[in-house]
Each structure stands twice: as C-alpha cells, then as structure tokens.
Design a protein around this ligand. Structure first.
Ligand code: SAM
Length: 388
C-alpha cells in the first residue's frame, strides 16, 4: 500500500495508513468479526495468503494485545471521523468535487478489552511472499496449494508435532482458518476466476485437515457462475454458511467472503492430503447422466469422491423433489456487514488542500515487480541505454 492519489479516493485506504494497518483489508476482517464474532474463544488461528499482513495485525492486536475494534470502538471511531467530514457522507465519483472534506488529523482510539481468546494463543501466517515480522505471529513462506504446507503449519503450531506419528485429533488443533487469497490478476476473467477458485479449494482442503470440530473457516470468494455448488459443498462440513460482503469491500467488486461456522464434517469423511479437494477425482458419473444440470455440475467439478457422493445425493434429492432440475442448488444467505454509517468504499472524499499523504506502513519486502525494476535499471531505464 503506497503513497498515491488513492488516499483521496478511498477512505479505507487512507484510514488504514492512519491507524497503522499494512493494508486496507484489515477493515474487512474487523467488519466480519463485528458481524460473526469470529475471534471469541479461539486460540489457534491460521491466516492463509497473509502478506503483507494486515489480517495478522488484526489477529495480533485482538487476540494477543487484547485491543478491541469491535462494535463500540469501531463505531465510535467511524462517527468521530464522519463528524470531521463536515457532516456529509461520501460522494460518488461523479460528485466528488462538490463533496465533503475529510481531515487527516484523526484519533485512533483503541480500547483494551477482556481477553476474547481461549488461553495460550498461537497464530501462523502463510504466504508465497515474505511477511515482515509481527508480534506473536509465526510467519511461513509457503504455497498453500502444496501438500507439504499442512505438516509445516502443524509443526509451526506445535514444535513437538511429528507427521509420522500424529493422531487424527492431535493434528486438528485449529479454531479458525482465514484465507484472503488472491492470485495476481491477469485481466482474463475466466482465468482469474479459475485460479481464484483453485486457491479457495486449497484453503478449504487445508482447513479440513487442521480444523477442530466447531471450528470456523472464512475465505475470500469471487462471486461467479457455479458458486452455489461450492456453497452446497461447504454446507456439508459446516452448520452455518453465509456469504458476507463487508462495507469496506467495494460494492463494484465481485469479491465477497464465505463465512463457515461450526465445523461438523460428515462421519465418514477423512480429509486427505494425497487426494485434496479440488484435484484428482471427479464424481465418476456416467456421461449419459451428466446431461442434467446437477450431474453436469458435479461431473465437471473436481471434488474429492467421498464428498462428491454425499453432495450429489443431496443435490439429486433436492432436484428430484422439484420439477426443474436447475433449481436444486442450495443458496447461501447473504449478509452485508459493517455499520451502514461507515465509510462507503466506492465513494470518493475530497481532502483538504494541506492534507499530507502518509508513507506506507510496511512497504513490500520482495514485490513481484522488484526483479523487473532491477532489470530495467540495469538496462539503463525505461527506454534502455541510448547511444548516439
Ligand atoms: N490478507 C492480506 C492482508 O491483510 O495483508 C492480504 C492478502 S493479498 C489480497 C493476497 C495474497 O495471496 C498475496 O499476498 C499473495 O502472495 C497470496 N497468495 C496467492 N497465491 C498464494 C499461494 N498459492 N500460496 C500462498 N499465498 C498465496
């Protein structure tokens, strides 16, 4: 998160720098917690795709330092800021110049709250990119789509963990798995959606391997075609599955978060690293059967076979009890979260003339573009070395 004109356009971007968050995504997690009380009673948390680390910062500040950004503190802070904006809320881009002013002199009250965690807290953050150190967080540089990451993670949570001798219960110590994974966007819509869904399946598979019964899973999704099948699959594992859109996530973006509460896998289900969700087996349906929507969806969906059978049974039952097969998908409830009086992430705010843009909290340590910049510099700049 750099120093740019986004300061003007995006209240959360600017606010994140003022409050010391490494990315504006911190507000998404705070608003999800506000709605779903994600952190109460948890002591083992895994933050997947965590760089630059704003979600881990939230975890560290809430679970280790016991600061609260919950309903009261957060709302107070929001209203304080709004009052400073000359009493007007955000303006849509087209109206920006007539819009309200927003001061840069904000207070950032933090309240030290009662301990919401359960005993000794352990948090592991994983990303392909390095994550600068954070108090109380173990950071791992690893690929969440690789099976070797799960034992690495379990070892980070418990140094005595031994993959060879681990019992099933001992290897399911995690209360909450978060995933804010996003691939580098190519601009090719279908490809981006595909890579995003692979990341989501990787996160889910990892969660299935490490979550305790009763655990929670929260992951970023891109709302697209066939997302209902994913919801139906998740509903097999969790008592409550909700699609949530925090106010700090732009309404114009297809991004949302799937919040899965109370992990209750089917009795016969065994999470498998060898045959992870999203890779390998399809439902194994005969091609003739795949003509109908439900079977077609399932046959085209690379889901692990034990789960596939249960999902399919569920979907078939629903289909057969209705006249139209295509209505058989389970629709997850949708919740918009974050106080409605909070900043609108699609609005632009006019800043005072003396507004000073703040430096980034944590510049990227190894951004993907670093090598390109080095190569360009070595070649003598954007236009190369010129000889006359
Ligand atoms: N939640 C983070 C925060 O609050 O700072 C922001 C996450 S950012 C939107 C998405 C991250 O996903 C990137 O840092 C990227 O490196 C990571 N990522 C993408 N593919 C990954 C993979 N296969 N394994 C691990 N991390 C991955």
């Amino acid at each position: 998160m750099g120093k740019s004109s986004k300061d003007k356009r995006d209240a959360y971007y600017r606010l994140a720098k003022e409050q010391g968050w490494r990315a504006r995504s911190a507000f998404k997690l705070l608003q999800l917690d506000e709605e779903f009380d994600l952190f109460t009673g948890v002591s083992r948390v895994v933050d997947l795709c965590a760089a630059p680390g704003s979600w881990s910062q939230v975890l560290s500040r809430v679970l280790i330092k016991h600061e609260t950004f919950g309903r009261t503190a957060w709302q107070n802070q929001e209203s304080l800021l709004r009052q400073q904006m000359l009493g007007v809320t955000g303006q849509r881009d087209s109206q920006v110049d007539a819009g309200a002013e927003m001061t840069s002199k904000t207070e950032t009250p933090t309240i030290v709250a009662a301990d919401r965690s359960k005993g000794d807290v352990k948090i592991v953050a994983i990303d392909l990119q390095p994550i600068s150190p954070l108090p109380g967080i173990v950071t791992l540089r690893a690929d969440i789509t690789h099976p070797a990451t799960v034992p690495l993670l379990l070892k980070a949570l418990d140094p005595d963990y031994d993959a060879a001798t681990a019992s099933k219960s001992a290897s399911n110590p995690v209360d909450l798995v978060l995933s804010d994974g996003a691939p580098d966007v190519t601009g090719l819509h279908d490809l981006d959606m595909y890579v995003q869904s692979q990341l989501l399946f990787a996160a889910l598979n990892l969660a299935l391997c490490v979550l305790k019964p009763g655990g929670k899973f929260v992951a970023k999704i891109f709302r697209g075609r066939n997302v209902d099948l994913l919801f139906a699959q998740l509903k097999l594992f969790f008592t409550r599955v909700v699609v949530a859109k925090p106010r700090s996530s732009r309404a114009s973006s297809v991004e949302a978060f799937i919040v899965c509460l109370d992990f209750r896998p089917p009795a016969a289900f065994q999470a498998s690293l060898e045959r992870p969700l999203g890779v390998g087996d399809t439902a194994g349906l005969a091609p003739a059967k795949a003509a109908v929507d439900v079977d077609g969806l399932a046959a085209g969906s690379p889901i692990v076979s034990e789960v596939a059978e249960v999902v399919l049974e569920d979907l078939r039952e629903a289909r057969d009890s209705r006249s139209t097969p295509t209505t058989s998908r389970w629709i997850a409830p949708f919740v918009a979260c974050g106080d409605l009086s909070a900043f609108d992430s699609d609005a632009s705010y006019k800043l005072p003339d003396d507004y000073v843009s703040l430096d980034p909290i944590q510049p990227p340590t190894a951004p993907p573009y670093k090598r390109a910049l080095e190569m360009r510099k070595a070649a003598g700049g954007a236009y190369g070395k010129t000889t006359v």
